[in-house]
Design a protein around this ligand. Structure first.
Ligand SMILES: [Zn+2]
Ligand SMILES: [Zn+2]
Length: 646
């Protein structure tokens, strides 16, 4: 056996003795930034020995893999603290989750949030003590004996389920845990963490098993990142669209129709304003609106492929003409019964087919805002973000193959118009390519993927590839926006479809008089209006631009003496086309202002005797500017200058 190995780092190779620890070949990187290493792509401890030729890379603390190592190591630190504070507590599992980690314990008594500060303080003490974290490999039988002796029944059960004859154990100080790792080299690396909550959880997620006590926490590479994260979590709580929707009087939910919003008059104003805006764009971009049925014979969904691929997400209904009134959900059930449409596409195929089409008619762009229903499981429903009833700014473009690239380019331009107008500054694009399971030849996929890529390049749009994530019938462009809380939402999609025209036997007559298949582009820009409104409310905290604000102006009277003037101002603003109301209740101004702020009214107009005498108003903006006196006519001018997207 050779006594030296070749290590490749940053494209440079060098020879080091066998058994050199990987940390020693990563010199030059400050130890506080380095938490682990990658050997031939696999993340390992910095103390791992180099046994063969390998490519080595550093894993930095603030990289996604580095954060995972830190979070998992913090879960261990928490378990160590818990077991030292609460003797008799058994450990089970402690995985990393999005933005943090948890650990499930079997304590003598369940933990409560009151226990968290004490545990956190102990964690800090143990972190400071700089316990080295060491990995050892032991025979499986030895590990079972060891954990049995410690009374760790759950760990023993876990090890018994492992097939390997050796398992790894990580120890720090007098504490140890069965674990694959990797971990940071010592507890002093863990300096930015916070315990965030407790919950009950069944062992192995099975309700027949014992109830465990779960503690959640989060950890970051540094204090600043942790603070920033906690601030955003708190902001997200304050801006929860379900809470703001109630305070602003926009929508309600009721168990009588789970997952289906009841829009209140003010919510409908936002809903319709968004649709009106899309309609203005449709006129400019050459779309025609259609309205197709909500209820179809299931035969339609068999033709479209929804019966095969989507029927468990559909609401089905019996055929009123049948004797049995039964619903058949089996593979052949499409021969009977009806279903509520989960998507508009199949209906639009019938609109296309309704007339004979020529190459000169194309492209045809059919848009529809109709309600759609999807049978989402009740456990997944979440306010407006995940619903059973929705409307989309949905459209299907029927075009010739030589028109695809132009159509995609136009759509991308529209996406930019919309997200620019709605105040989302960060828009990201991905090209989702051919999945394992797909229809059509690989060459066709390469061609259509290239068309989507070219259309983005023409719009000077940078994009990432999302490999193998296309729909089975064609590649798609996925469009994501980042909100003010730094969360990413997939909103718009543009999908190319060669399959639907086949299934519905769509044709057009080409220049030479022969029949050809059109291509279908499915696209939505806002996506589901429900979800979009939810995102918009959380992004803005309910402080909407004037054109979307349900109540644009509220006139607040200072006393009974100016009631008439307050009403007159509100009436004048209404005549000018604004959504204005007068609050002439006999309440203190501070109270009225707080209510208007809660309802997120952008313009609060205060009128007292002086204003009534010289026909002026005092303007107070929701966004914090203090009052500002001006003639009534000047206010109207200012309101008219507020931007409205064309
Ligand atoms: Zn572990
Ligand atoms: Zn579609």
């Amino acid at each position: 056996m050779s006594s030296a190995v070749t290590v490749t780092l940053n494209g440079e190779s060098r020879v080091v003795p066998v058994g050199t620890i990987v940390r020693d070949v990563l010199n030059g990187i400050p130890s506080r930034e380095l938490v682990a290493a990658r050997i031939d792509g696999k993340v390992v401890d910095l103390t791992r020995k180099l046994e063969h030729d390998a490519a080595v890379e550093p894993v930095l603390a603030d990289s996604p893999e580095g954060l995972e190592v830190i979070r998992h190591s913090t879960a261990h630190l928490m378990a160590m603290a818990v077991q030292s504070l609460y003797p008799g507590t058994q450990v089970t599992i402690g995985p990393v989750i999005e933005d943090g980690f948890f650990y499930d314990f079997a304590p003598p008594a369940p933990f409560t949030v009151e226990d968290l500060p004490k545990i956190e303080a102990k964690m800090r003490e143990l972190a400071k003590a700089d316990h080295k974290i060491q990995r050892t490999e032991v025979a499986r039988e030895d590990a079972i004996r060891k954990f049995s002796a410690m009374g760790e029944k759950y760990k023993v059960e876990i090890i018994q389920g492992i097939a390997d004859d050796h398992v790894s154990i990580y120890s720090q100080g007098d504490w140890m845990d069965l674990c694959r790792g990797p971990h940071v080299p010592s507890t002093r690396y863990l300096k930015a963490f916070k315990l965030t909550g407790v919950a009950g959880a069944y062992w192995r997620g099975d309700e027949h098993n014992a109830m465990l006590s779960r503690i959640y926490g989060t950890a970051f590479a540094g204090k600043e990142a942790l603070e920033e994260h906690l601030k955003l979590v708190e902001l997200a709580r304050q801006r929860d669209h379900r809470k703001l929707g109630r305070e602003m009087g926009l929508y309600i939910f009721d168990p009588i129709s789970p997952g289906s919003p009841f829009y209140l008059p003010k919510g409908v104003i936002i809903f319709n304003a968004l649709i009106d805006y899309m309609r203005r764009l449709y006129r400019r971009y050459g779309y025609d609106e259609v309205v197709t049925p909500l209820l179809f014979k299931n035969e339609l969904f068999n033709t479209s492929g929804h019966w095969e691929n989507f029927r468990e997400n559909m609401f089905l209904s019996p055929d009123p003409d049948s004797e049995t009134h039964a619903i058949d959900t089996g593979p052949d059930g499409w021969r009977h019964g009806y279903g509520l449409k989960p998507m508009n596409c199949p209906g639009h195929m019938f609109v296309y087919r309704a007339e004979k089409r020529s190459y000169r008619d194309l492209p045809l762009r059919f848009a529809e805002f109709s309600r759609l229903h999807r049978a989402e499981r009740s456990g997944t429903l979440h306010g407006l973000m995940r619903v059973r009833a929705m409307s989309q700014d949905d459209a299907h473009i029927f075009c010739r193959e030589d028109q695809i690239e132009d159509e995609i380019a136009l759509n991308l331009q529209m996406v930019r118009d919309v997200y620019g107008a709605l105040g989302f500054e960060r828009v990201e694009f991905k090209l989702a390519t051919m999945p394992e399971q797909h229809l059509g030849a690989a060459e066709q996929w390469q061609m259509t993927e290239a068309m989507l890529g070219n259309a983005m390049k023409r719009n000077e749009i940078a994009f990432e590839i999302n490999p193998k994530e296309g729909a089975f019938y064609g590649p798609k462009i996925e469009i994501y926006v980042s909100d003010a809380l730094k969360r990413k939402w997939q909103v718009a999609t543009i999908q190319l479809d060669y399959n639907a025209p086949e299934r519905f036997d769509l044709t057009y007559t080409n220049r030479a008089g022969a029949e050809e298949r059109p291509v279908v582009i499915h696209r939505a820009i806002l996506g589901s209006l429900e979800r979009f409104i939810g995102v918009l409310i959380e992004h803005t905290g309910g402080v909407l631009p004037l054109w979307l604000a349900p109540e644009q102006v509220r006139v607040l009277s200072l006393s009974e003496k100016v009631e008439a003037y307050a009403n007159e101002v509100a009436a004048l603003l209404k005549r000018e086309g604004f959504r204005a109301h007068a609050d002439i209740r006999n309440e203190k101004l501070g109270f009225k202002v707080r209510e208007a702020e809660m309802a997120k009214v952008p313009y609060m107009i205060v009128v007292g005797e002086r204003e009534a005498a010289d026909r002026s108003v005092s303007v107070r903006l929701l966004r914090g500017a203090k009052s500002n006196a001006m003639p009534l006519a000047a206010l109207v001018e200012q309101l008219k200058k507020e931007p409205v997207p064309a």
